[in-house]
Write a protein that binds this ligand. Structure first.
Ligand code: NAG
Ligand code: NAG
Ligand code: NAG
Ligand code: NAG
Ligand code: NAG
Ligand code: NAG
Length: 507
């Protein structure tokens, strides 16, 4: 476990500095449920004891019958049966649907399943998403975090054709049936749980495979951030709102800082001045590098704006503190925010813009260029950021350059729906919880109102990305505790109804 925590810390640097595939400016903000930085110093389950790792001989291509479709790969899944009431009791299964990264992080950082397994007497299962971690069809040479394996996969025009959400859902269907078969647990109801992209998968899984799952908990799932269902400004206007709420002065200072960066950068020696002022780890090549870094930092802080030390508040305390000193200028104040958020990287610098990638950044670049891209832009004149409308043509150029493919921006809504969601799902779907924290910028693309009695939106005003499914902490505020309790209550209701039906059928 200690190794895992360490890995999270490493990932943070990566998130803020990735550039190879797309440049920071054009990359969508990351969807991962767990904020690497916030795990620092938190309680982590020390017990992979009871967790067993298995591999399933998974079908490469569920939707074709060409000879090569029958190829298989090893898909990793992890089971904990410590709390399970057993097949004879038709005791339930809580299944975590892995998303765009190795499953190890979720096993260690997602608390909802293990914390609730005892009360439900549930079997706990974590399923890894194809192509990530040890579930790469080309093999995971170099280990579950191998960047080489992921690069090889997304650059192989044949194999990456199988790297998509529909295939991943079909994997989960086949694998869950396999697990039930193996355990003779035919009547055990399955609840699927996921966060972020994994939350989208969970809700879609319930809609596509209702015969395999009784219900879904979809945490921070921006299933409406496709096409023009959600305004392109949704993400960054939430970031802006978060900072404005933290401090009006902080918002104003940051809003004014971009032009100031541009102004200083255009002076002779301007980039040198900026590099020194912001204590960058290497000299700036242009103003955009710095602005991208800051923009991503604010976005990250807002997305993972978790108690008890809300990162937006921390940044703003830095900015406001420096603002009360009459000798500071706007850039000093913004830099004070960086210092409040970052520990020094090494002894002398604070901003590291080195290029680096990980499986998530590379794999998600492919997924976004094929089918999962969200149109995120900045258009509002009250935004804390400089105007930067979403440019579909630029996205096409980037995807052509990186992968030689045209994105299919309408496929997600064609295949999964999303338009008129209330009208459609109130007449068709059931048993989905959409949970959101409204300080999470991705909540702007989430389902925030109940759709029906059984498709329920549980939102918290001060919550952030995937907070509800993360490991609970002693310091958790009342509203977060309540959100989790409400989720349990709803799932319990689904179970009661299910067991009543099962009982009647068996008579
Ligand atoms: C996986 O399944 C394929 C086709 O059914 C079979 O040829 C192969 O031997 C299996 N591999 C393993 C490791 O079980
Ligand atoms: C489950 O039921 C089967 C058949 O009814 C029985 O043979 C078996 O012993 C039971 N297992 C447990 C753990 O109770
Ligand atoms: C792509 O992967 C397939 C395995 O699915 C392999 O047979 C093929 O040689 C790879 N192509 C390249 C160009 O590496
Ligand atoms: C005010 O800011 C200046 C320049 O950043 C710094 O040298 C000075 O120590 C600060 N004064 C106080 C009281 O914090
Ligand atoms: C911002 O836009 C709104 C309309 O969208 C307009 O009424 C307002 O005057 C604008 N404010 C500024 C400062 O440009
Ligand atoms: C949310 O946080 C603000 C302070 O940032 C506080 O004033 C408000 O009461 C909180 N709301 C809830 C529902 O806890």
């Amino acid at each position: 476990m200690i190794i895992l925590v360490f890995r999270w810390l490493l990932m943070l640097v990566v998130i803020l500095t990735t550039k190879t595939y797309f440049g920071t400016a054009k990359r969508s903000p990351r969807l991962s449920p767990i904020d690497p930085l916030l795990m620092k110093g938190k309680k982590v389950y020390v017990t992979p004891s009871g967790f067993e790792t298995f591999f399933y001989n998974q079908t490469l291509d569920h939707f074709n019958y060409k000879p090569e479709s029958y190829a298989t790969f090893q898909q990793r899944y992890i089971i904990n049966s410590k709390w399970w009431g057993g097949a004879n009791k038709s005791a339930p299964i809580l299944a975590y649907l892995g998303a765009e990264g190795p499953i190890d992080l979720d096993v260690a950082g997602v608390g909802f399943l293990i914390e609730n397994a005892p009360r439900f007497k549930a079997l706990v299962v974590y399923l890894e998403h194809r192509f990530y971690g040890e579930s790469n069809p080309l093999g995971s040479k170099g280990g579950p975090d191998s960047i080489e394996a992921m690069e090889e996969s997304v650059n192989n025009k044949t194999i990456r054709g199988y790297f998509n959400s529909a295939q991943a859902l079909a994997d989960y269907a086949e694998l869950l049936l396999h697990i039930k078969e193996k355990l003779h647990a035919h009547n055990s109801p399955v609840i699927v749980i996921g966060g972020s992209y994994g939350g989208m998968l969970a809700s879609w899984f319930r809609l596509k495979y209702p015969h395999i799952t009784l219900g879904a908990l979809a945490s921070s799932a921006p299933i409406l951030y496709f096409d023009d269902i959600t305004p392109q400004d949704g993400y960054f206007s939430t970031v802006t709102k978060d900072f404005k709420e933290a401090s009006e002065n902080c918002y104003t200072t940051i809003k004014q800082s971009w032009d100031e960066v541009d102004r200083v950068a255009s002076m002779p020696n301007g980039l040198l001045i900026l590099s020194q002022k912001f204590k960058t780890c290497s000299p700036l090549n242009n103003a955009l590098e710095l602005k991208d870094y800051l923009k991503n930092m604010y976005a990250h802080a807002a997305q993972y704006n978790a108690p008890p030390k809300y990162p937006t508040t921390r940044i703003c305390e830095g900015v406001d503190g420096a603002s009360s000193n009459a000798t500071t200028d706007i850039l000093d104040r913004v830099f004070a925010g960086v210092v409040a958020y970052n520990s020094p990287l090494g002894s002398t610098c604070y901003i590291n813009m080195e290029e680096s990638d990980d499986q998530t950044s590379i794999g998600w670049s492919w997924q976004a260029c094929s089918e999962m891209g969200s149109p995120i832009g900045i258009t509002s004149n009250v935004s804390m950021f400089q105007r930067s409308p979403y440019d579909a043509n630029e996205n096409i150029r980037n995807c052509m350059e990186n992968f030689g493919v045209m994105p299919r921006p309408h496929w997600a809504t064609t295949y999964y729906g999303g338009q008129d969601i209330r009208m459609i799902l109130s007449r068709f779907g059931s048993n989905i919880i959409f949970s959101n924290g409204l300080r999470d910028p991705y909540s702007s693309g989430g389902v925030l109102e109940d759709i029906s009695q059984n498709i329920i939106a549980l939102k918290t005003t001060n919550g952030s990305h995937c907070l509800d499914i993360q490991i609970s902490q002693e310091t958790d505020p009342e509203w977060l505790v309540k959100q989790r309790k409400d989720e349990v209550k709803i799932i319990n209701r689904w179970f009661r109804k299910y067991y009543r039906s099962l009982h009647l059928l068996k008579q």
